[in-house]
Write a protein that binds this ligand. Structure first.
Ligand SMILES: [Cu+2]
Length: 188
C-alpha cells in the first residue's frame, strides 16, 4: 500500500512535469491529466518569456505532497473579474496573498487572481489548519490551481466546495514559509 502510494505520487509528478515541458515546447494543446491541463492552459496561453522559469519550478517537485484532487477545478487566463468572483492578489516580494482571510458561500467558488508580484505562483487548497515540517507545507492539497505567471491574471474556479475551514497556500519553492498562505472559510 505504501509503495503503491509513493509510486503513484512519483508517476503523477512526472506526468505533470511532462505536461509543463510539453506545453512550453508546443505552446498549447491537450494535456494528459486534469491538473496538468490546468497548468498547461495557463502556461501555454500566457507564453512564458523564459523556459528556465518553468524548469526551476520542476526542480523541486517535493515542495508539497502530491495533490489528491477532491474538487474539480479550472484555471483560465482572464482580463477582468467575473461577477461574484473573489479577488485574490499574488503580491510581493516577499510573496504573499492579499487578502489572507477569505469567506465564501459553499458551492462553486471563482477566484479572480492577479499576480502583481515578481514571481510565479499557484494556489493549493486543503482543509485546515496549515501544517509545516522544515518550512514545507505537509497538508495534501484537495485542489491545486495552474501556475499564474508574474504579471498575469486568471480565474481559478473550484467546483462544489463544501462548508468548512480551509487553508490555501502557494506550493512553489519556499513561498508558503515566507508567508504566502491564508485561510478560507466556506459558509453553509
Ligand atoms: Cu508562490
Amino acid at each position: 500500500m505504501r509503495n503503491r502510494i509513493i509510486d503513484g505520487q512519483f508517476s503523477r509528478a512526472r506526468v505533470i512535469g511532462l505536461g509543463l515541458i510539453w506545453s512550453v515546447a508546443a505552446c498549447g494543446g491537450a494535456a494528459p491529466t486534469d491538473s496538468s491541463a490546468d497548468g498547461a492552459s495557463i502556461q501555454a496561453s500566457s507564453a512564458p518569456s523564459s523556459p528556465t522559469a518553468v524548469a526551476s519550478l520542476q526542480a523541486r517537485p517535493t515542495a508539497t505532497p502530491t495533490p489528491r484532487p477532491e474538487f474539480s477545478s479550472t484555471t483560465e487566463p482572464a482580463t477582468g473579474a467575473p461577477v461574484d468572483a473573489i479577488t485574490l492578489e499574488m503580491a510581493g516580494p516577499p510573496p504573499h496573498f492579499l487578502p489572507k482571510e477569505l469567506d465564501a458561500p459553499s458551492g462553486d467558488i471563482v477566484f479572480f487572481v492577479r499576480n502583481t508580484s515578481l514571481g510565479n505562483h499557484n494556489i493549493a487548497i486543503a482543509r485546515g489548519p496549515l501544517k509545516f515540517t522544515n518550512d514545507r507545507v505537509t497538508n495534501v492539497p484537495s485542489v491545486l490551481s495552474g501556475i499564474v505567471l508574474t504579471g498575469h491574471k486568471a480565474t481559478f474556479t473550484v467546483d462544489a466546495i463544501p462548508p468548512g475551514s480551509y487553508v490555501f497556500w502557494c506550493t512553489i519553492s519556499d513561498h508558503a514559509a515566507e508567508g504566502m498562505h491564508g485561510s478560507l472559510t466556506v459558509n453553509p
